[in-house]
Design a protein around this ligand. Sequence first.
Ligand code: NAD
Length: 464
Amino acid sequence: MNKIAVVGSGYVGLVAAACFAELGYSVTCVDNDLAKLECLRRGEIPIHEKFLPELVARHSGTRLQFSDSLAEAVRSSTVIFIAVGTPSKDNGEADLSYVESVAREIARSINGYKVIIEKSTVPVYTSEWIRRVMLLTTRTECEFDVVSNPEFLREGTAVTDFLYPDRIVVGVNSERAAAVLRDIYSPLTTGAYYMSAQRVPEPDRATIPPQLILTSAKSAELIKHASNAFLAMKISFINAVASICEEVGADIEQVARGIGSDSRIGPQFLRAGIGYGGSCFPKDVSAFRAVSRQCGYDFKLLEDVMQINEEQRRRFLQKIRTALWTLKGKKIGVLGLAFKGGTDDIRESPAIALVQGLVSEGVQITAYDPAAMKRARELFNGSIHFAENAYAVAAGADALLILTDWDEFASLDLKHLHELLEYPIILDGRNLYTPEEMERHGFMYISIGRKVLPLKQLADVPAQ
Ligand code: NAD
């Protein structure tokens, strides 16, 4: 059985390592962050991800090992997944220096045939660069193949996405590597894993068994960038339509339902809001834009996708001003800091950008997020207050903002919120409530692409 090394123990690497162990492989998860490794060895999970603590606990110390020695992991494995970060550079291109340094280290330790797999999201041609760097660095005659196997998991549902994928994309340029990858994923593609009594429960509408799509390495690299750009485009598209709804008095939820029920379009990623964020869409759209330009194609559509996303935050800030007039000295409660519900990830979070904008205008912020407060505390370093729940955030606030689509924010006790707030003003950046519901409870309610409920006189508010 193939032994696996996964380089990087972040959102993708740790999930991949734990899931491959779950599929029966012996896996070494390598990271150069010693503090993170210590934490993992103690059984602590540095990220908020459903089912991950259970999988790590189940396999840690047996099939799943953590190590800071890439050299040892390379020597003892035939398959090496690279899952390190590929952040944005200032010019929008992907910074591939982590990928390159890992490739060099692999080349120095190679001791037999290896399959080196890009799991990180990388621009087209990266597999060729890895191959070139390996050939220049290695001092042996060992054979290797470079494969692109992009990861499509979503934070918050990463484990189930990995084990129940819509598809597995494998970009290879040799039959030998294709055979290894087919074998690695066979517990999923044959359906064997789904028979296991201990399996992670399947999500709704899982494709069982998933298909394995075999492509060239360049096609696989493009599939990942194009998929993320397309999803970001859907979000920007619906946000642009929401802005038109606001101008003409239509309702974006009705419009999105009407559009999304066309089976050619589908309802997913048609939720209007304050825009996309996270560690993937912003950087991947700009990297795809940059690599397209380098290849000689001016992909202007992507520029618009990014601009609409930026504009969406500005519009929301303007809505806050419209509701509160001046901002300096106002007390605002914030529900949600993560870039979306279900994760503790605050990278490129629209909520964080908005809070930073408000703080710079002298607003006093009290925030609550079910999972992201630890990371946010480090980031804000005392410049905002934190509360232990949504109601504590609302107490005495001049307005309440909903910035992340956590489930628990969609079922709050609105009567209690009304009593707690200094002024009954809610700005909902995720459309978690209906204007009708808010009207019944007497709120001034401003959301995305729907009618604005003005502030009522107390006498106008119906008794509950
Ligand atoms: P991350 O920042 O959470 O994790 C990266 C890890 O790599 C860190 O723990 C870091 O310490 C480690 N690392 C960096 N250099 C290293 C080296 N030389 N040796 C060993 N370890 C090293 O990143 P992530 O969110 O897991 O993303 C990783 C890649 O996967 C990115 O390219 C990203 O675009 C892609 N991706 C991410 C997601 C997601 O939802 N986060 C989904 C699909 C694809």
